[in-house]
Design a protein around this ligand. Structure first.
Ligand SMILES: Cc1cc2nc3c(=O)[nH]c(=O)nc-3n(C[C@H](O)[C@H](O)[C@H](O)COP(=O)(O)OP(=O)(O)OC[C@H]3O[C@@H](n4cnc5c(N)ncnc54)[C@H](O)[C@@H]3O)c2cc1C
Length: 432
């Protein structure tokens, strides 16, 4: 890890220093909270190791968090508004993520990855989302879903080929949803028919994030519909494979810099060596990866809510009405305090779930709770921030309306809020 850490630090040292102004406009990053500048904490006392508080990080985690914060503020913040307006991720941002080692955070160093922890990915996603949730989503999907599926289920050959590319240059897309298979994802109709050493994929997918820029697609297709969901198999499909078509990106309300496209498969020939893991285990891999992915989406929602809050509070401390700062009105102070408490609660749910995962404990219920709660809180926080800023909050001259638009999808993708509640209830059912 030392090599990657040094690389991360070296990368960040080259970045231009950018001092935020109080009345944050589009081109400035959110203000940094004084309380978030505390030192790294290792959970080690004079009397030996102790259970650390959830917001105590290892040196490695702290270094990655600080490096990502600096990268996001200096290299992404100036481009956020343009990327949103143009519905286009800047190439420099994508390259920056790769150069900083943020597209292969957990990938082992022997494959060119950073070799850091899952928790570090969560901190990176949170920091990126404070500045731009679309960039955070790119980093999140690559790390928590694509890379981890291949790390866990890939053959040595697949790992050597794909992990190396994913850590350094290639974006991956996860292709599960279809027009008729959203919450009921395993009702998917895309099929893969065996022909000698090949499978031939036919069908279509919807809502595929990063498809515009992706070089690799992890495609869930059924090899025998008589088997139902037990026929679902995961295929590694290269972008230039004949018969794979990426459709026009959706014109979305938020996350506009993140491409979300339909895909069609017309007799797409994939060698059987490109099956990921076992035939018929695709549904298990999808469930497992989405459980992890939900922690990432929760971190994305938390980050964007915190970023929005950090933009808004300084404004409230400057804006004078009735001869006072609007922050001084108790009616507003109580709302601010409630939102800050909810953000803190979301953060603890997310960090605890990530620590459970790293500790090899069960975390399915907690991941659903974290994703459900963080996305609800993100909607509430961003809506309140617009209200607190009054008319200017409603304009595109300030970034809070974008955070509001970006937040909404948290209650929809990687399992809508009702689906998270179903999972939580199912887990509770087994506990009593
Ligand atoms: C921006 C974006 C990016 C996405 N990226 C990807 C991607 O990269 N890869 C991918 O495979 N998919 C992706 N998706 C798809 C996403 O996962 C689905 O949109 C999501 O699973 C919901 O499916 P649906 O849109 O069909 O809604 P539906 O399933 O039609 O749900 C509509 C409503 O019905 C409710 N509902 C459904 N079933 C139940 C139930 N059993 N009980 C109670 N309520 C229920 C839901 O909560 C929701 O409120 C993306 C979607 C979006 C919007």
């Amino acid at each position: 890890m030392e090599g990657a850490a040094v690389r991360l630090l070296r990368g960040s040292a080259l970045l231009r220093r950018h001092v935020p102004t109080c009345l944050s406009s589009w081109k400035t990053p959110p203000r940094v909270l004084k309380s978030s500048q505390s030192a790294a904490l290792l959970g080690v006392t004079d009397h030996g190791p102790s259970c650390a508080a959830l917001q105590m990080f290892t040196e490695e985690e702290m270094m990655i968090k600080n490096t990502v914060k600096k990268f996001a503020q200096e290299q992404i913040a100036p481009l956020v508004s343009t990327m949103d307006e143009n519905s286009k991720m800047e190439e420099s941002v994508i390259q920056g993520l790769f150069q900083q080692g943020l597209m292969g955070i957990e990938i082992e160093t022997k494959y060119g990855g950073t070799g850091a922890s899952f928790f570090s990915s969560i901190l990176a996603i949170e920091e990126l989302a404070k500045v731009d949730a679309s960039v955070a989503l790119l980093c999140d999907l690559q790390n928590t879903i694509i890379n981890n599926l291949i790390r866990k289920h890939g053959t040595e050959e697949q790992k050597a080929t794909y992990l190396t590319e994913l850590a350094t240059e290639k974006i991956g897309s996860f292709c599960l949803s279809e027009a008729g298979a959203g919450s009921d994802a395993f009702a998917l109709k895309t099929r893969a028919d065996k022909k000698g050493n090949y499978y031939v994929i036919n069908g279509s997918k919807m809502w595929i994030t990063n498809a515009e820029y992706a070089g690799l697609f992890l495609v869930m297709a059924n090899i025998n519909s008589d088997l139902g969901y037990k026929g679902i198999t995961c295929f590694l499909v290269d972008r230039d494979t004949e018969g794979l078509h990426v459709g026009k990106a959706e014109n979305k309300m938020g996350l506009r810099a993140s491409s979300t496209c339909p895909l069609t498969f017309e007799n797409v020939k994939v060698p059987e060596t490109n099956i990921l893991g076992q035939i018929g285990h695709g549904y298990k891999y999808a469930i497992g990866s989405l459980n992890e992915g939900r922690i990432g989406i929760a971190a994305q929602m938390l980050g964007l809510a915190q970023g929005c809050f950090d933009h808004t509070i300084p404004y409230m401390k400057e804006r004078i009405q009735f001869g006072k700062r609007i922050f001084d009105f108790q009616g507003l102070q109580h709302q601010v305090a409630q939102v800050a408490t909810q953000l803190e609660a979301a953060r603890l749910l997310i960090y605890n779930t990530a620590r459970l995962l790293e500790g090899g404990k069960s975390f399915m219920k907690e991941a659903s709770m974290a994703k459900y709660y963080a996305s609800e809180i993100a909607g509430l926080t961003t809506s309140k921030c617009i209200e607190w800023m009054g008319g200017v909050g409603y304009t595109k001259d300030f970034p809070v309306e974008k955070y509001f638009r970006d937040a909404k999808v948290g209650t929809i993708y990687e399992g809508a809020s009702n689906i998270q509640l179903n999972t939580i209830a199912k887990c509770i059912d087994t506990e009593y």
